[in-house]
Design a protein around this ligand. Sequence first.
Ligand SMILES: [Zn+2]
Length: 412
Amino acid sequence: MKIRLSLCLGLLMAAIFSGRAGDAVGKPISPWKPGTLDIHQISTGRGNAGLYILPDGTTLLVDAGEMPVKTANHTPDRPDATRPAGERIVRYIRHALAHDPHPALDYVILTHFHDDHMGAPSDKSLTAGCGAYKLTGVTQVGESLRIGKLLDRAWPDYSYPKPLDEPHMMNYRAFVKWQTENNGLKVERFVPGRADQVVLLHNARKYPNFHFRNVGANAEVWTGEGTSTHNLVPASSTAPASLWPHENCCSISFRLTYGKFDYFNGGDIPGVIPKGYPSWFDIETAVAKAVGAVDAAILNHHGYLDSQNEFFVRTLQPRVWTISVWDKYHPTPEVWERLQSTTLYGGPRDIFATDVHPANREAIKGLETLASDSGHIILRVAPGGRSFRVVIVSDSSESYQVKKIFGPYRSK
Ligand SMILES: [Zn+2]
């Protein structure tokens, strides 16, 4: 009896440490539990979308991509093309928030204004119930789920570095206008350096070791000290408009901390300067200096050729990388090589991608060493943040079935 009791205790301790109780390969993913931090990289094949369920149940959606046009270079829709990506994201969120009788998004952040992060109307897009805008990506999400606060890089005038008036922006701005005037939506510009724009809303006192730090936006980057920032484009700059920071340079970046666990998301910031371009086309270096080492990070710009420079990889040195894939160049061979480099940083690392394009499997030797090359990627950080694991969930249907479980990884 005594032996059996200690065995039970041992198993219980193992389950608590790994945070693994409840998840099993072949079963649907277990529900979020209070105290746990879940980061879901949702696989739609049409762009980026990440759902964060914070330790007290506060919810955050980072991006809701829906590219209007697909080519052979793009990955197929997941699970199929019978529904638009915005609707797939909503359905995923409803499942992940099934513990909540009134599922809603406390925060939505758009890292930047590209269709693969926010949506863009196509001929097929339906019109919102109010008639004021088309439903695609984030506007589809807002039509279906209540959003508390929306953070983007350019509210309220949408004029940096030049007027943002392309059709997909005018659609988004119509959505913002209608939702703020009629539906109680709050909108704020994301301010680099601040640590109070995303906070725990339900039980912050219980989780004092959770912090959300705004790192960068619009080529302005946190220094790592207090809330101070520096602008990578000098005020004295007389650069012509063609050399102003482009949309990816303007991406929002942030660091999330839960106890010892640190996570970084940098949208599509670049770090490799094209020949003849000014220094502010490298956002990654300044960001890396402010952020330091983390446990997990999503690749900047989907692992495209201008991203993950050597300093960035060496400085963040995460144990786990995730890649949001929708193209055959995600990642490119040079980026893949830097991620593998034990010269840049030592020790093991596991790399997880949503559905890799078949042509990229041919192009990059070694891509088969990806820990996972398809499916939704869920980081589950144990209460207190001391360890985390990665759960891969099938995206070939909406069964939410667990395919693989990795970890636990000990937070640094
Ligand atoms: Zn992108």
